[in-house]
Design a protein around this ligand. Sequence first.
Ligand code: B1H
Length: 834
Amino acid sequence: DLSIPLSSLSPATPMTPAPCDLGNSTEAIKSSIVNHVRFTLGAYVDSASPNDWWVATCLAVRDRVMDSATKSRTLHRKSGVRRIHYLSLEYLMGRLLENNLRNSGLYDSVKQALSEMGKDLDALLQSEPDMGLGNGGLGRLAACFMDSLSTMNLPAIGYGIHYEFGLFRQEFVNGRQVEHPDAWMRDGSPWKIARPSYRQRVQLYGRVTQRFDENGNPHAQWVDTKCLLGLPWDIPIVGYDSHTVNVLRLWQAQADEDFNFKIFNEGSYIEALREKAIAETVSKVLYPNDATESGKELRLVQQYFFVACSLADIVRRFKNGYSLPWSEFPSKAAIQLNDTHPAVAIPELMRILLDEENLDWGSAWKICQETFSYTNHTLLPEALEMWSVGLFERVLPRHLQIIYRINAQFLDGPVEARWPGDAAKKRVLSLIDERGGKYVRMAHMSVLGGHATNGVAALHTRLLCERLFPEFHELFPERFVNITNGVTFRRWLDVCNPQLSSLITETIGEGWKKDASKLRGLDASADDAGFRDRYRAIKRHHKVVLAKIIQDSCGVCVSPDALFDVQIKRLHEYKRQHLNLLNIVTLYRQILNNPKADFHPRVFIFGAKAAPGYFLAKNIIHAINSLANKVNNDPRVGDKLKVVFLPNYGVSLAEKIIPAADLSEQISTAGKEASGTGNMKLALNGALTIGTLDGANVEIAEEVGDDNIFIFGLTVEQVTDLKARGYNPWEYYWNNEALRDTIDWIGSDYFTGHAHDFKPLRDSFLEHGDPYLCLADYQMYVDAQAKVDAAYKQPELWTKMAVLNTARVGFFSSDRTIQDYADKVWKLPQVAVP
Ligand code: B1H
């Protein structure tokens, strides 16, 4: 029985007065905001800056959720339930105020309170800087999960890094990407609260010696280390219509002055401060590589720093909260690894149990396996983390010893038993890759060190079992599970599209916000002409808003009556923005050759950041911008075709683009996109998908039905066959005149005046073997785009398809995803906070 009397959650001694009830009336909120302007910020209401009003409003909201945060924490501790600890190097939270207002039900009263004081809530909302502590889908997934965990009353803590600089701010200069630092918290943030009493100390580098415990047993001892401190910052996570407020705890690196400074004498003051600055670089900046590995020492230090702080925090809570034997640790703590980035948590927990708690190897290993589970997010070989053994040994010598022992026990135990004397099997399964240099395979360690490994879409999980980990799958089939990704429908519908949210609620009631499968109730409305009119009007409203944004940031005037064709995601060859580009160039040629062709006007909208060191990705950005410059200013094209590349794509911009999209481009090479989550957000907001049978597109097609999606291209099996036969892009080039003309045009000086500008792109298609098969899929893509054009010319048909997309994607709610994790992996009960 998890019910606990309310009184026991907020102990009051006779000396402490009961806390005042802040109240949610307009009057109460007004005085809260004004109090913060005056007493927190030291300003007068008539001269406070817009930023002051924003901070004061956030604090007034925060005041109203903090008690629930304390209550949730206390309930979770006292009831002794298992908690999930989500370890992720990335959380792409975006803005928090509007989400917290909608989720807590305070939106209307805060809007009213501000308006009575002559302030516009909308303007304040738009002034909030994005919390961009992530690269793309993986980081945004973690943010959606935090929302769902609180909404579904699951006891959870998110752990990550308090980066001083999030993902870079992107600008275009002459069509080329330029990166600027993202100082999101230069002025502080009203959402984060420092917790200095939970500061942790972390060791790094050094060497390993032996010590003997009171029974004379030897234990490894890690000595001569450098030390860092981790200061935790807590961000309250407000669920929708729930009293559970979990926290996201982010660690900031600080110098351990007591430890490191005593080696310096008074004369080394400046040197000492230099050391301090070096210590602080550990949490300075997010690595901007999405799905590519860099293998840099600072990245390994970042990973270990936040893992060590987080595990020490979890262990502290276990030791202080209960007097239970260590074997009970997994009954209190589940730990999810968001990809392999935090996988060093496995040898770190082993180190704690062996070296600090004196457990024997077998007991420690059993605890590890029961505690950890691992989510794989990619099959791309370049994204599978491997650390050179030399680097690992220097930074984490004790952990390398532990990894070697895990490996030896694995290879001599289950592997030898299953494949006796088979050295080849041992080589492929080993935690150490020895094909040229020695590297630690973090993915192998993650599968081995936990009880569950999951992929993020059905197809992805199948490929995980069949192609990435076939031998592990053969050894431990029960360990592999699929958990298809999802997105939070609060931010990705309720917040970003309140008009559609209201229409849905008016039609089927409010239940869908907590049970997205109820959206199916809208199915019938697809045949209701009145409903379709209102649905279409909402889409048009958002297109008008987006057209204004496009005008302001690109200086291009687009018509809201055109088809808005959207590709928004990180820039990556496998995502094939350059296949989209091939189609646009083809259309451009068609329009010039046949100006009278009946083609519905289209606006191609891109948003994408390229990793700063990813040369070809940057060349593709430059090519799209140069194409845009030509097309948009070509009088022969007029309004038929516009191309815009919105700079600095991120969560906030996505919230503007997604509700305005008609068509969603999900055109990755089959087998490459693990899931995709933008595909889900766009379908939910009534954009039809043009896509390959890749990632979650497969399941989206199953849900919405073949008539309501445009699927094209080679399947995974066909891609494999084609590559096995020997793929030759030149064949497609010589056999398809339109394709040939298109590529030749891109390789010419037409777009910038310099023929060499897009030589890298042209060469990738032809000279470098077109690794992502753009040419093989080109004609099928062009044909599918023609079908899109034909369908869009029938507005009633199009709107019906769009409505059916909204109605049928309930499966892709992150609430369902999180419930799957809770049931299949974490075995977590819901705990309602009174
Ligand atoms: C995904 C990453 C990723 N997969 C390395 N892998 C990174 C890998 O900084 N790094 O080193 C950062 C990110 N991100 C994405 O995860 C997949 O490509 C998407 O298909 C998927 O939807 C998303 C969430 O599962």
